[in-house]
Design a protein around this ligand. Structure first.
Ligand code: AMP
Length: 119
């Protein structure tokens, strides 16, 4: 398990050092628009706690953090209007996944036919 690095870009978004286009926020999570969207809807959902990946979050987050993270999904899909048309959630964890930002995030993508699960 890699050690959390405070200089990652999502940590800077959480501290307010870098701006974001917020979709939804509460005590435990922040959701914002991806800067390089891969579909008409491309939201990023992150926990406010310092977790590098899904493995780290799954092992170490509190029950409250985990519940808040999952509950936030339907808030975001409602706000973005993709509950009926459908969407996909992707979370890259570790080197084989090509995870770029080492702070756990879910990509929530939709707004078009998404095709097969892997390119
Ligand atoms: P991943 O490869 O799963 O780590 O995805 C990182 C995602 O973060 C990419 O989709 C980027 O477009 C996105 N991203 C990087 N910097 C920013 C930023 N400042 N604001 C919003 N999204 C960002």
């Amino acid at each position: 398990m890699s050690v959390y690095k405070n200089e990652n870009i999502f940590s800077k978004i959480l501290s307010g050092e870098i701006p974001n286009n917020t979709i939804y926020e509460n005590e435990y999570v922040l959701a914002f628009e991806d800067i390089n969207p891969q579909s008409p809807v491309h939201a990023l959902l992150i926990p406010k706690g310092k977790y590098t990946s899904m493995t780290d979050f799954s092992e170490n987050a509190s029950d409250k953090e985990i519940v808040a993270f999952i509950r936030a999904i339907s808030q975001i899909t409602k706000i973005k209007g993709i509950n009926d048309t459908g969407y996909r959630i992707i979370s890259n964890s570790g080197p084989d996944s090509s995870q770029e930002v080492p702070h756990l995030h879910f990509h929530i993508v939709g707004g078009r036919k998404l095709g097969s699960i892997l390119p």
